[in-house]
Design a protein around this ligand. Structure first.
Ligand code: PHE
Length: 341
C-alpha cells in the first residue's frame, strides 16, 4: 500500500515536471531570444515613424497577453497539482459496499437445472406472455374444457387465440416441439401466473422447472428412473419416491410424485402432516394428441414430461412455511440465504 502511494506520488511529480517543461517551451517559442514575439520587436525597429505609435501599442498588448497566458498556465498547473496528500486521503478506508446474496428461488432453480444438465437435458426458455394455443390448445385442453379451471390465468386480449400470462412452462415445451429436431431432452425454468387468492400456500406468481424427453422407445420406466435419480441428487441418497395416479390433459397416464419426508425420514411430522410423504411434482407420458398437435408422429415417438414448483422444493429444502416470503423482499428473510451459494 505504502509503496503504491509513493509510486503514485512520484508519477504525479514527474507529470508535473513534464507539464512545466511544456509551458517553458511555449514561453521560449513566444518570448525567448528567438521567440516569435521577440522577433516582432526586432522588426519593429524598421517600422516607419508614422506607424510606430499604433503598431507599438498593439505589439505591447501582444507581449502582455503572451506573458499573462503563460502565468495563467503556470498557476493552473500549481492549483491542480497540489501534493496528492492534501487533496485526497489515500489512507482513508473505502466505503463498505454490501454484496447481498442470491434469492432462494434462484439458488434452488440453479440446483435443479444443474442436476438435469448432468443427465443430458438442455435449457429451453420462452415468453411469459403467451397465447392460448401454446399454454392450452396444443396441450390438449379443448376450449371450454373443465381442466382449464385448474389453471385460470390473467387474460390480456380476447379473440380466437387470446393473449394471456402463461400458467405453466409447458408452453415452452410446445415451442420446443415446434422448433427442435428430435430427440428432444429439455428443461424449462421460468415464472408462471395463475388466478389464485394469495395465501401462505398459494400465490398468483410462482416459478417452475418442467422437463420433456421425446425419443423412440421412451417408457414410463424411464420416467420413473429419471424422477428417482433427480430426487436422490436433490434430497439425498436414501430419498424414496411414490407415484400416485393423477390427471393432466397433456399426459396419459399421469402421476403425482411424492418424496419421502427428509425431516422425519418417513416417520410422520408436521411438515409432512404425519404421512411421511411430500408432494413435489406432476408427471406423465406425453399424450399422443399432444405429439400429433405438434407435428410429431406418435406411432414412432413417445415421451415423458414432468413439472415442479420451485417454491415448493425450496420450502421443503429450507422449511419455509409461508410462500409469501419469497415475493416480499424482506431483507431479514433474504439475508438468511446470503451464505448459500
Ligand atoms: N404443467 C403441469 C402444471 O403446471 C405440471 C406437469 C408438467 C404435469 C408435465 C405433468 C407433466 O401443473
Amino acid at each position: 500500500m505504502k509503496e503504491k502511494i509513493e509510486r503514485l506520488l512520484a508519477e504525479i511529480e514527474e507529470l508535473k515536471a513534464q507539464k512545466e517543461q511544456e509551458i517553458e517551451e511555449i514561453r521560449v517559442k513566444l518570448l525567448g531570444k528567438k521567440g516569435s514575439v521577440t522577433q516582432l520587436f526586432d522588426e519593429f525597429r524598421d517600422v516607419l515613424p508614422e506607424q510606430k505609435r499604433e503598431l507599438g501599442q498593439v505589439l505591447n498588448k501582444l507581449k502582455v497577453a503572451a506573458n499573462q497566458k503563460i502565468e495563467e498556465l503556470k498557476s493552473f498547473l500549481e492549483e491542480n497539482q497540489q501534493p496528492v496528500e492534501s487533496k485526497y486521503d489515500l489512507t482513508k478506508p473505502g466505503d463498505l459496499v454490501e454484496l447481498g446474496g442470491r434469492h432462494p428461488i434462484s439458488i434452488t432453480r440453479d440446483e435443479i437445472l444443474s442436476i438435469f444438465n448432468k443427465f443430458g437435458y438442455v435449457l429451453a426458455e420462452g415468453p411469459e406472455i403467451e397465447d392460448d394455443w401454446h399454454v392450452f390448445g396444443a396441450l390438449n385442453f379443448p376450449p371450454e374444457h373443465p381442466a382449464r379451471d385448474m389453471q385460470d390465468t390473467f387474460f390480456i386480449s380476447g379473440g380466437d387465440n387470446p393473449v394471456l400470462l402463461r400458467t405453466h412452462t409447458s408452453s415452452v415445451q410446445v415451442r420446443a416441439m415446434e422448433k427442435m429436431k428430435l430427440p428432444i431432452r429439455i428443461v424449462c425454468p421460468g415464472r408462471v401466473f395463475r388466478n389464485e387468492a394469495i395465501s401462505a400456500r398459494a400465490h398468483c406468481i410462482f416459478h417452475q422447472v418442467e422437463g420433456l424427453y421425446i425419443d423412440t422407445k421412451v417408457s414410463f420406466a424411464d420416467l420413473k428412473q429419471a424422477v428417482l435419480l433427480f430426487v436422490r441428487e436433490m434430497f439425498g441418497e436414501d430419498a424414496q419416491i411414490r407415484l400416485r395416479p393423477s390427471y393432466f390433459p397433456f399426459t396419459e397416464p399421469s402421476a403425482e410424485v411424492d418424496v419421502s419426508c427428509n425431516i422425519c425420514k418417513g416417520k410422520g411430522c408436521n411438515i409432512c402432516k404425519g404421512t411421511g410423504w411430500l408432494e413435489i411434482m406432476g408427471c406423465g407420458m406425453v399424450d399422443p394428441n399432444v405429439l400429433e398437435a405438434n407435428g410429431i408422429d406418435s406411432k414412432v415417438y413417445t415421451g415423458f414430461a414432468f413439472g415442479m414448483g420451485i417454491e415448493r422444493i425450496a420450502m421443503l429444502k429450507w422449511q419455509v412455511k409461508d410462500l409469501r416470503h419469497y415475493f416480499e423482499n424482506d431483507i431479514r428473510f433474504l439475508k438468511e440465504f446470503e451464505t448459500v451459494i
